[in-house]
Design a protein around this ligand. Structure first.
Ligand SMILES: C[S@@+](CC[C@H](N)C(=O)[O-])C[C@H]1O[C@@H](n2cnc3c(N)ncnc32)[C@H](O)[C@@H]1O
Length: 260
């Protein structure tokens, strides 16, 4: 795939919103409109668009995080946590000492997440906080783990979000990012292009009544840096032992790093 990614371009006053150029200041507002529009149908659309694969990828993320099973305290921060999928999975696989904070910029997504946390009876162990990944409302060195799933490509300044991840993690803390990535399997890339550009926006229109938000999602995926370029950005933020795993031929990838 030869489309340019954001990592290929010099920093400018403008940035990409899907394949459109918009001012860097305007981008976050446009992203917020997307998630305000899709919040109530987000979980359903995730299942439809990925044929349920996002569930397996999130399980892989939790397995790699390997939260403690015992009662020792462990603070997990899930940024761009939206409807709470990742934090709920982490708590389901962990011991009583694990608590989580879901931080997201969208009040609409958090409202759905709040309902799910209450339904799961986990209100005591999961907090939901409105905040921007680029300026987290948390003190330095307060979390044992930071996760971000399908969130970082929505952030305007990825380097600032990575710097914030580093800041809020305790020394010894773990950074894990699950994100759509770049397919590295011949033929799968063509199939994936067809699914992305022809199927997903139509599904979005049918199931959520709007194609544009899903067009943005597809385009933002293609703009995201390659696996190696993103690993380099994580290293630049100060993380060590940076590595990644491709999932489903690179449709998604999990990047890992440590604050040591
Ligand atoms: C594709 S959803 C992912 C939700 C969830 N992590 C999941 O995997 O199901 C992207 C989320 O990123 C949030 N988001 C976008 N920009 C953000 C920012 N700058 N700071 C925090 N959250 C942001 C959106 O509101 C949305 O909830």
């Amino acid at each position: 795939m030869s489309r340019p990614t954001d990592a290929d371009r010099p920093p400018t006053e403008t940035t990409s919103f899907g394949f459109r150029e918009v001012s860097a200041d305007a981008r976050q507002g446009l992203v917020n409109e997307v998630f305000a529009t899709v919040a109530e149908r987000y979980d359903l659309m995730n299942d439809l668009m990925s044929a349920g694969l996002h569930r397996l990828w999130k399980e892989d993320l939790v397995t790699w995080l390997n939260p403690p099973r015992g009662s020792q305290p462990f603070r997990h921060l899930d940024v761009a946590g939206g409807t709470g999928d990742v934090a709920l999975r982490v708590l389901a696989k962990s011991g009583a000492g694990v608590t989580a904070v879901i931080c997201d910029i969208s009040p609409e997504m958090l409202a759905v997440g709040r309902r799910k946390v209450a339904d799961a009876g986990l209100g005591e162990r999961i907090d939901l906080v409105e905040g921007n990944a680029e300026a987290l409302p948390f003190a330095a060195k307060t979390f044992d783990a930071y996760t971000i799933a399908f969130g970082i490509r929505n952030v305007t300044h990825i380097d600032r979000a990575l710097a914030e991840a580093y800041r809020v993690l305790k020394p010894g803390g773990r950074f894990l990012c699950l994100e759509f990535s770049h397919v590295d399997v011949p033929m799968l890339d063509r199939l994936y292009d067809f699914h992305s550009f022809e199927v997903i926006p139509r599904l979005g229109k049918l199931a959520a009544g709007a194609a544009e938000p899903y067009q943005y999602l597809v385009e933002s995926i293609r703009r995201f840096p390659t696996q190696d370029a993103f690993a380099a950005m994580i290293r630049n933020a100060g993380f060590e032992r940076v590595s990644y795993r491709n999932l489903t031929g690179g449709i998604a990838a999990i990047h890992s790093g440590w604050r040591l």
